[in-house]
Design a protein. Structure first.
Length: 285
C-alpha cells in the first residue's frame, strides 16, 4: 500500500482563502483583525517562525505588530508590553513565541495575556475551556492537525487515536481535541514501555516527539492516518519529521510530509484564531 499524502500546503491555501473572506467581511465593517507577535531573544528557529507568522498576516490583509525584544529584556518589561497590547483595540490576538529566555517565567507571561486575545490558546482559562469541551481558542498546531484529518476525510469517531508527546503546545491539546471528536485516545510519552504495542494499534497516529524518524513503517498499523508534527534538521541540512516517511508511506493509509504537512497549517490556524477573535469583538459592539 502507498499512503495518500496529506498536502498541507494545498489545504492551508484553501483554509486561508476561507478565513480571508471572513477577514474581508470584517474589514468592510471597519474592523481590521490585528495580531501582535512578541519574540524575546535571538533563537534562530523562533525568528524564522515569527517572521512567517507576521508574513501570513500581511498576505491576508491583517494588521500585525512584530515586537522584537532583546534576550536580556526583564520579565517586568515583557509583562508591561503585554498589558499595553491587552489594552490596544487594534490588537485582537497576542502571541509570545516560546521558549522565552530562562530568567523569564513563561507561566506568568502566558497568564498575563488577556484570555480573549490568547490566539495560542495557552492561557489556563482557554486550556480549561478546551478540557471541558467549550473550546474558545484552539492551540494552532493541534487545530491545524485536526483540520488536515478533516479535509483528508479521515474518520475519527470511534477510532483509536494515539498521540506521542504530552507537551502543552501539541500533545495534550491534540489528545483533548481528538477526544472531543469522539476518538478513543491514548497518550504515549518517552517513558512508555513497549511503544510499538500502542503505535501498531493506532488508527490515527500523531507524532510530536522531536526525535527525527523515530517512527518507522513496522510500527504503523496498515491503513492508519499518520500526522507528523516533528521538524528536525538533518546533517545534510534537509528537514525531516519524527516519522521515517519512506518506510511509513508504504504502510499508512494517509501521511503528512515534512516539510509541507502540519507546518503550513499551524500559521493558518493562527490567522483563523485572530480573525475569530476580531469577529467576537466586533459582534459584541
Ligand atoms: N513555540 C513553538 N510552537 C509555538 C506555538 O505554537 N506558539 C508559541 N507561542 N510558541 C511556540
Amino acid at each position: 500500500m502507498t499512503a495518500r499524502i496529506i498536502d498541507g500546503k494545498t489545504i492551508a491555501h484553501e483554509v486561508r482563502a476561507e478565513w480571508k473572506e471572513r477577514a474581508d467581511a470584517l474589514k468592510a465593517r471597519g474592523v481590521t483583525p490585528g495580531l501582535a507577535v512578541i519574540i524575546v531573544g535571538e533563537d534562530p528557529a523562533s525568528k524564522v517562525y515569527v517572521a512567517n507568522k507576521v508574513k501570513a498576516c500581511a498576505e491576508l490583509g491583517l494588521h500585525s505588530e512584530h515586537v522584537v525584544l532583546s534576550a536580556d529584556t526583564s520579565e517586568a518589561m515583557l509583562l508591561s508590553k503585554i498589558a499595553q497590547l491587552n489594552a490596544d483595540p487594534k490588537i485582537h490576538g497576542i502571541l509570545v513565541q516560546l521558549p522565552v529566555p530562562k530568567h523569564i517565567d513563561s507561566e506568568k507571561v502566558l497568564n498575563a495575556i488577556d484570555p480573549n486575545k490568547d490566539v495560542d490558546g495557552f492561557h489556563p482559562m482557554n486550556v480549561g475551556a478546551l478540557a471541558t469541551g467549550n473550546m474558545r481558542f484552539a492551540p494552532c498546531t493541534p487545530y491545524g492537525s485536526m483540520k488536515l484529518l478533516e479535509k483528508a476525510g479521515v474518520p475519527i469517531e470511534g477510532k483509536h487515536a494515539v498521540v506521542i508527546g504530552r507537551s502543552n503546545i501539541v500533545g495534550k491539546p491534540m489528545a483533548l481535541m481528538l477526544l472531543q471528536a469522539n476518538a478513543t485516545v491514548t497518550i504515549c510519552t518517552s517513558k512508555t514501555v513497549d511503544l510499538p504495542k500502542y503505535t501498531r494499534d493506532a488508527d490515527i497516529l500523531v507524532v510530536a516527539t522531536g526525535k527525527a524518524k523515530m517512527i518507522t513503517g513496522d510500527m504503523i498499523k496498515p491503513g492508519a492516518a499518520v500526522i507528523d508534527v516533528g521538524i528536525n534538521r538533518m546533517e545534510n541540512g534537509k528537514l525531516c519529521g519524527d516519522v521515517d516517511f519512506d518506510s511509513a508511506k508504504e504502510v499508512a493509509g494517509w501521511i503528512t510530509p515534512v516539510p509541507g504537512g502540519v507546518g503550513p497549517m499551524t500559521i493558518t490556524m493562527l490567522v483563523a484564531n485572530t480573525v475569530q477573535s476580531a469577529e467576537r469583538t466586533a459582534g459584541s459592539k
